[in-house]
Design a protein around this ligand. Structure first.
Ligand code: ZN
Length: 102
């Protein structure tokens, strides 16, 4: 028995339901997920993923703000604030800011 071609596999796959529990939509192309959950999987690495809303990290925002305000003279805090300020200014000018890793 040979494997089906991608178009054949896709034609059968789209008749199946999304693998996410409780989602009643049909799968997309050759994905295990529907359009919505395929997109979430690509964006967040998880079909259940979603963008965080401000209220979801309000406590962390409060705690980090307190730490920053208590350590404004710390050189690392100063450097971080300068970096963020640069990113915000460049972003406002439409400059794409790349995250650099070593
Ligand atoms: Zn789905």
């Amino acid at each position: 028995m040979s494997r089906p071609s991608l178009p054949e596999y896709s034609a059968k796959n789209v008749l199946k339901l999304c693998s996410v529990t409780g989602c009643g939509k049909h799968r997309r192309d050759i994905s295990r997920f529907c359009n919505t959950h395929t997109r979430s999987n690509k964006l967040f690495g998880n079909p259940y993923g979603h963008a965080l809303r401000v209220w979801e990290y309000a406590q962390e925002t409060k705690e980090v703000t307190e730490i920053i305000n208590q350590n404004l003279e710390n050189p690392a805090i100063q450097a971080a604030l300068e970096t963020f300020d640069t990113w915000l200014k460049e972003g406002a000018r439409g400059v794409h800011v790349l995250h650099k890793t070593k």
